[in-house]
Design a binder for this molecule. Structure first.
Ligand SMILES: Cc1cc2nc3c(=O)[nH]c(=O)nc-3n(C[C@H](O)[C@H](O)[C@H](O)COP(=O)(O)OP(=O)(O)OC[C@H]3O[C@@H](n4cnc5c(N)ncnc54)[C@H](O)[C@@H]3O)c2cc1C
Length: 284
């Protein structure tokens, strides 16, 4: 399939990109790596008159780690997330998750901004960003605003981003402690049947903090507050882990599709959540 005809724009700044959006309104769409958008255009699931390529906007690229503060430009590729040594030290859960996305060809082009802005429940970065309690910076005609990743996702393909806003940056604090991103998929290169990100810090033998978020187990990523409550303050013993797993499975709300029926997905969720919690505890 080939997509319908469109006009191609390649602005050199976010301001120029915003101007093109304001000229063409709903008929314009930004493109980052194109590995979610181009397939949709080829399948004629979306029809875009003006495609605004963000590739030449240098201010949207790069990773900075300043003390505990991590900032990642929206146009940073998944490959760059894996290769960056400072990010590997500050938040190794990112490369663990990014390495499970698709294949190297997709990761060379696909960006973190496209992954989190897309709103596809199958994308791995939204759940990961909720796990890290990240903040998204959006730039629109009225300037910049920040939205927590945990409040950004409204439904499948519906997010808190307005149509005339561009996601510019993602920011979070280096988590410390133990981490794990566990993903069950049908084959290499597939989207998750079920995936879970877990962060755990300890104070002596006690769990001081935790974070648990799920991918592709509902229409949006799921941040599992009750599962976190089951771990924090516990000694991370078997009973606390089982309580957290069952609270997280209860928080999931998968639908039946070609990856399996609901009961199977809940079963797979229980397995990935338990594995992620146990690996994060081992590393904490
Ligand atoms: C074979 C295959 C397998 C894949 N498997 C996985 C997988 O297992 N896990 C996974 O997470 N992903 C997977 N993907 C998707 C891949 O990671 C995409 O690259 C990613 O989801 C989207 O990033 P992109 O840069 O390509 O965005 P694009 O496709 O360019 O854009 C996606 C959407 O986001 C919008 N957008 C992009 N950037 C911005 C921005 N800065 N501001 C506002 N809106 C923006 C676009 O307008 C578009 O609506 C797979 C893709 C393929 C082709």
């Amino acid at each position: 399939m080939i997509p319908a005809a469109f006009d191609y724009h390649r602005p050199a700044s976010v301001e120029d990109a915003l101007k093109i959006i304001s000229e063409h309104g709903d008929d314009a769409r930004v493109i980052a790596g194109g590995h979610s958008l181009i397939p949709m255009m080829k399948l004629r699931m979306t029809d875009i008159g003006h495609l605004i390529d963000l590739q030449s906007i240098d201010s949207l690229k790069g990773i900075t780690v300043d003390g505990a503060t991590v900032k990642i430009g929206a146009m940073t590729t998944q490959h760059e997330l894996i290769e960056n040594a400072a990010l590997q030290t500050a938040a190794p859960i990112i490369s663990e998750a990014a390495l499970q996305i698709a294949d190297p060809q997709v990761r060379y082009m696909g960006t973190i901004g496209g992954n989190v802005a897309n709103g596809d429940p199958g994308n791995d970065m939204p759940g990961l960003m909720q796990c890290l309690d990240a903040t998204y910076t959006l730039k629109g005609p009225n300037g910049l605003r920040d939205v927590p990743a945990r409040e950004f996702y409204e439904a499948a393909y519906f997010t808190g981003r307005e149509d005339d806003e561009i996601l510019t940056e993602i920011q979070f604090s280096a988590p410390g402690g133990g981490y794990a991103y566990e993903k069950q998929k049908r084959k290499i290169g597939d989207y998750a049947t079920a995936a879970a990100g877990v962060l755990i810090t300890k104070d002596g033998d006690t769990c001081a903090s935790a974070s648990i978020a799920l991918t592709n187990l509902a229409d949006t990523p799921v941040y599992c507050e009750e599962a976190v409550d089951a771990l924090v303050g516990s000694s991370l013993d078997a009973a606390a882990v089982s309580a957290a797993v069952s609270a997280a499975v209860d928080a999931s709300d998968p639908g039946e599709d070609n990856r399996g029926p609901v009961a199977f997905k809940k079963h797979a969720a229980g397995i990935v959540i338990r594995r992620a919690i146990e690996r994060a505890i081992e590393r904490a």
